[in-house]
Design a protein around this ligand. Sequence first.
Ligand SMILES: Nc1ncnc2c1ncn2[C@@H]1O[C@H](COP(=O)(O)OP(=O)(O)OP(=O)(O)O)[C@@H](O)[C@H]1O
Ligand SMILES: [Mg+2]
Length: 369
Amino acid sequence: MNTKFVLNGGESMKYAIETNNLVKIYDNNFKAVDNLNLYVENKSIGGILGPNGAGKTTTIKMLTCLIPKTSGEAKVAGFDVSKEPDEVRNRIGMVPQLVSLYKDLTVRENVELCADFYNVDPTIKDKKIDDLLELVDIKYAQDKYVKQLSGGMQQKTSVVASLVHSPDILFLDEPTVGLDPTTKRVLWDLMVDLNDEGRTIILCSHDMYEVDKICDNINIIDTGKVVASDTPQGLKDQLLHNMEENNNLIRESILKLEEEGLEENKERINGLKSSLTDESEKVTVMLSNINEDMINALEDLKVVNEVKHLGNARLNISLKRSETSVNDVITTILANGGNIASIKTNDPTLEDVFVAITAKSRKAIKDGN
Ligand SMILES: Nc1ncnc2c1ncn2[C@@H]1O[C@H](COP(=O)(O)OP(=O)(O)OP(=O)(O)O)[C@@H](O)[C@H]1O
Ligand SMILES: [Mg+2]
């Protein structure tokens, strides 16, 4: 029994979503979700990442009571999805991966249908619909049939329909796929605003920038299991930490082989050396007033491996990673009269994390672990 699995309910509820060994086996015997233990804190924005076919949509479908689970437990807003599906449905909104609107009804008719389904108070219904249509900028098309809309316009309609009953928890399954950059931003702002109002957002996405930008916490799912769970920064820090540990192990092996001093070890040593990952932090600084004193002062810093002066106004600096190393560089540049226009580092991105973690979990499966 997982000790984190506690039903609180109401305002004091810790988790909006909690699953305990949740399993989904489809009719063809395929296990799409495999003992999944997933937690999303109440009133947070929780990202769900995972490769194609990882089981994200299947999980969301079980959490939104669209398909039954095979075994395990799942609670949404403190209610059991199998035993109390109506309680769950009343508190959730869903923007599905594939838009599911009535194509022969207009935008407004679709939204009204949802409002009526959820018994939205008729005295506030019209105003609520107007506000939401305006919010995502689709009001101008409210009398168009859905079949006449572009993909992005359908997606916006789908979002409005999912919000019309003011759900506490909103599930969005790849909501910004195919949207233009401006509309994407409208949706991101909307998700953040809804979260500020105290709603929980569950966002499934392949857009790493989007997830990094708006999610408080991320669960990475692969082959139906959670393989990593942390804040976006926490995941990046873990990646750096793992890289360091891996390099340390390789260095230890190299040292042992070198101590043996055997001729036949040479090839293995070279192989191990080439598999060391570059741990240094690369910083690119664009600035004016580059001078020799500045470069000498930078080269004298303990944390600096190498300084390259490129073009008129660019320094490429290789650093040993530490919490203060970039700070030391900035201070030194400023102390030598530099005017910094921009600084970029090669910190790992969420995409690096995703690739590393899913490659690891796939390898583990291949190796039969
Ligand atoms: N109705 C079904 N019957 C049998 N297998 C299914 C069914 N629906 C999904 N699957 C399988 O379950 C696995 C998980 O599918 P799911 O749609 O949950 O993945 P996903 O993580 O959402 O992927 P994507 O990123 O491509 O949307 C896949 O291997 C898929 O083929
Ligand atoms: Mg999916």
